[in-house]
Design a protein around this ligand. Structure first.
Ligand code: HEM
Length: 464
């Protein structure tokens, strides 16, 4: 590491030179950031990436400043967010007035109380989808974990967002489109300084993916606007909403909101559940305890909403999975007003990167930080009783941009895990190790093949 004198008159900032930063970031981005943060013990760092020199912010005090205390100085603008604008438009995934209004409209739809009203339907959908896996057992075929998790999650999210207005076929069409968008965006994120009039790899795939999404979503929005109803799904609510000027939302505004929430909700949860199967394979003791809880609470399944409060260990496992693999791993901000973080002066116009992946693995705040140990989240444990720094664990972000989907996550994820494990035994067929790859949500770099068999109970009927 070297010292950057230009950051004066505040404290000198350590910097990671290009020749060290770039190869590591290209190989394993999340791991590289966590490694740099660990070496610096959470001090502010500057990544020297040629024309682009973002600050890496990982100490919980500093994260809190960026995300909450001085959030207006650190906005979701700039080079990292621009590529996303092409997908999300100006909506809840932006900042300023558009974000504020969008959040006002969407927030009431994601409260724990609202989620409770749809939990029954969510559990029915999960059960229906999980039963379809009998076919994998019959045929002995393996399947791709991320795709299958995305299918289940999208099916749930389609209900929440679109009511019955999106057919299952259309739902299946947009999953690969979102996946392609997530991967192809990476080139723009890696080369944020490249002007948009220049085509770079990924652009064509990205634009095609956005077009496929629009081909599905716009006709549904038009129909919903032409035939308004009183339903509580998000598209119906958006059709009844007004913007910051009191005007009814346009079809573009509704499209932007739906696409943003779709992306924020289905891919993130699907990726957490993909990492979960890998972790369970590597930790048979945890897997056995989880299975025992599910056998006791859910029995033959499928899981129903009343089971959720009793799935205590399941929740701990999910929390620990989110610590090691927070799907929203990359939270960039543009500094819009001169700021000071950890004694370092940061000028307006700079970029800062916040990453729960790195903070949640800092040895200063976590014992055995790389070890998968759900016990950390046991109810009543010291760490849980307020001693842990609020921003040492923030898989759902924090401050005014905090994730709206956390209550939904803690309903849908336990239902999915418990319904699957009440019926099947899972095994990972791809040999590890599994590094993190470059994508908008934290994904394993290589595909994860899963095999399923029925668990111990008699499912012979299903095989007929
Ligand atoms: C494991 C699952 C999830 C994770 C790890 C996750 C993570 C995050 C994070 C870190 C943010 C903050 C982004 C930032 O500060 O720039 C965020 C924002 C958001 N999330 Fe989630 N999320 C998850 C699931 C969901 C679900 C299920 C939904 C919706 C149903 C959702 C909707 C949103 C929305 C709308 C925002 C933007 C909030 C705002 O900026 O005002 N998320 N999420």
């Amino acid at each position: 590491m070297s010292m950057d004198v230009h950051a004066r008159p505040g404290r000198r900032v350590r910097s990671i030179p290009l020749h060290r930063a770039l190869p590591k970031l290209l190989r394993e981005p999340a791991g590289a950031l966590a490694g740099f943060a660990r070496e610096a013990r959470g001090e502010v760092l500057r990544l020297e990436l040629g024309p682009f020199r973002p600050y890496l912010i990982t100490h919980p005090d500093h994260v809190q400043k960026v995300m909450r205390l001085e959030w207006t100085k650190h906005q979701r603008l700039g080079m990292f967010w621009r590529p996303l604008e092409r997908l999300f438009g100006h909506s809840i995934m932006s900042d300023g007035e558009h974000w504020q209004n969008s959040r006002k409209v969407l927030q009431p739809l994601f409260t724990a109380r609202y989620v409770a009203t749809i939990a029954e339907e969510v559990s029915r959908r999960v059960a229906g989808r999980v039963e379809e896996w009998d076919e994998y057992v019959r045929s002995g075929r393996d399947f791709d974990a991320a795709t299958e998790m995305s299918r289940i999650l999208s099916y749930i999210v389609n209900r929440v967002l679109f009511g019955d207005k999106l057919s299952r076929e259309d739902g299946e069409r947009i999953i690969p489109a979102f996946e392609q968008a997530s991967y192809s965006l990476v080139y723009r994120i890696l080369m944020p300084f490249m002007p948009y009039f220049m085509r770079i790899p990924g652009d064509r795939t990205f634009l095609k993916a956005v077009q496929s999404i629009d081909d599905v979503v716009f006709p549904i929005v038009r129909k919903a606007m032409a035939e308004p109803d009183d339903n509580l799904d998000i598209i119906s609510v958006l059709c009844r909403s007004v913007d910051e000027n009191g005007e009814k939302l346009t079809e573009k505004q509704i499209r932007d909101a739906l696409v943003s929430v779709y992306a924020a909700s289905s891919e993130t949860t699907a990726m957490v559940l993909t990492w979960l199967w890998l972790l369970l394979e590597q930790h048979p003791d945890v897997a056995a305890r989880l299975q025992a809880e599910i056998d006791e609470v859910v029995g033959d399944g499928p899981a129903v909403p009343e089971d959720i409060p009793r799935l205590v260990y399941t929740r701990m496992v999910l929390q620990e999975t989110l610590r090691l693999y927070p799907a929203g791993w990359f939270l960039p901000r543009r500094v819009v007003e001169d700021a000071e973080i950890g004694g370092v002066r940061i000028k307006a116009g700079s970029s800062v990167l916040v990453t729960p992946y790195a903070t949640q693995r800092l040895g200063e705040f976590w014992e055995r930080p790389d070890e998968f140990d759900p016990e950390r989240f046991a109810p009543g444990k010291a760490e849980n009783e307020g001693r842990r720094h609020r921003y040492s664990y923030f898989p759902f972000g924090g401050g005014p941009h905090r994730c709206l989907g956390e209550p939904l996550f803690y309903v849908e994820a336990p239902l999915v895990v418990a319904s699957i494990l009440s019926r099947f035994r899972m095994s990972v067929r791809t040999p590890g190790p599994f590094d993190t790859g470059w994508a908008a949500s934290l994904r394993p770099r290589k595909k994860v093949a899963l095999g399923v068999s029925f668990n111990g109970r008699d499912r012979s009927e299903a095989l007929r």
